[in-house]
Design a protein around this ligand. Structure first.
Ligand code: NAI
Length: 331
């Protein structure tokens, strides 16, 4: 067997973690050859509940699951972690503005960034799921000066997968035949699901769909509002699908994307496509050898340009807000 990999999951007593941990233990995230050591991080009030989750993980008798450690201290919780999935966050409650949400989450991701900096493994890869995911990842990155910035990413794979599901339903083609989907920008209602480079069965998606009004007026808003629609239907926010997308994100980052295809990940911008450097924004990426690269040289039409700019402007404003709040420094 291969060397075990230490995976830390925060918010381990929550809904998403309940969908995520069992799939990590089964090998769905790192492959069927890689043993896993789980570190579960929670706040003190939820440690009892995590102990229950750990009992259930034991009862899964997963051959790949080597050990489970529980902690309410980030410094212990990230010790030796090669993969860190940051799910735990302060949820938005009634009457909270987006600025209140940024303020409530700032201290959590400041501490966790510092703890990752101090105690994670040298090869740590970080995925932030907890919202506002892109900006929480930006705060963690800003507080981990010794970890390469490129290791901090945020989840937009759920939006990517939702877009593929909508295209499959509309075209009648299986989701597996839909490639080169791109989600740009923030994991928020301003995100831009872009089908201008997407292929359905190897053919340009806009030609297969042949209905630009549907793309503009139905497809894009449906993907942007899907989270809200799930809350309305289910009475709780998407959890199993978010967990599944987190599995996909880390799986592809570590094990690579399929030839000829790409996926969407929110990663620190290198200035590509006019996105200011350092903003954690969703891009089309390919992965190989444990590293991702932003897909270069895609043509961006006028319609796409305006939508990317809108979402990136929101990210820039969030960055300004958290710098003003003291969670990150300028430059
Ligand atoms: P949940 O409320 O069921 O679980 C969150 C857990 O995090 C709780 O058990 C809580 O005690 C824990 N937690 C809070 N602060 C913590 C800290 N400082 N350290 C460790 N644990 C901490 O919420 P759920 O449904 O699991 O969602 C988690 C987050 O994921 C939310 O912020 C949600 O908005 C976000 N989300 C993101 C998606 C994405 O696509 N990026 C999709 C769906 C949800």
């Amino acid at each position: 067997a291969r060397t075990p990999v230490t995976v830390t999951v925060t918010g381990a007593a929550g809904q998403i973690a309940y969908g995520l941990l069992f799939r990590i233990a089964s090998g769905a995230m790192l492959g069927p050859q890689t043993p896993v050591r789980l570190r579960l991080l929670e706040i003190p009030a939820a440690v009892g509940a995590v102990e229950g989750v750990a009992m259930e993980l034991e009862d899964g008798a997963f051959p790949l699951l080597e050990s489970i450690d529980i902690s309410d201290d980030p410094w212990a919780g990230f010790d030796g972690a090669s993969i860190a999935v940051l799910v735990g966050a302060r949820p938005r409650t009634a009457g909270m503005e987006r600025s209140d949400l940024l303020a409530a989450n700032g201290p959590i991701f400041t501490d966790q960034g510092a703890a990752i900096n101090a105690s994670a493994a040298d090869d740590v890869k970080v995925l932030v799921v907890g919202n506002p995911a892109n900006t929480n990842a930006f705060i963690a990155m800003s507080n981990a000066p010794d970890v390469p910035a490129a290791r901090f990413t945020a989840l937009t794979r759920l939006d990517h997968n939702r877009a593929i599901a909508q295209l499959a339903a509309r075209s009648g083609a299986p989701g597996s035949s839909i490639t080169r989907m791109t989600v740009w920008g923030n994991h928020s209602a301003t995100q831009y699901p872009d089908i201008s480079h997407t292929l359905i069965g190897g053919q340009p998606a806009d030609r297969v769909i042949d209905d630009p009004a549907w793309v503009r007026e139905t497809f894009i808003p449906t993907v942007q509002q899907r989270g809200t629609a799930i809350i309305a239907a289910r009475g709780a926010s998407s959890a199993a699908s978010a967990a599944s997308a987190a599995i996909d994100h880390v799986h592809d980052w570590v094990l690579g994307t399929a030839a000829g295809d790409w996926v969407s990940m929110a990663v620190p911008s290198d200035g590509s496509y006019g996105v200011p450097e350092g903003l954690i924004s969703s891009f089309p990426v390919t992965c190989a050898g444990g590293e991702y690269s932003i897909v270069p040289d895609l043509e961006i039409g006028e319609f796409s340009r305006a939508r990317i700019d809108l979402s990136v402007a929101e990210l820039a404003a969030e960055r300004e807000a958290v710098i003003d709040l003291g969670f990150a420094k300028r430059g």
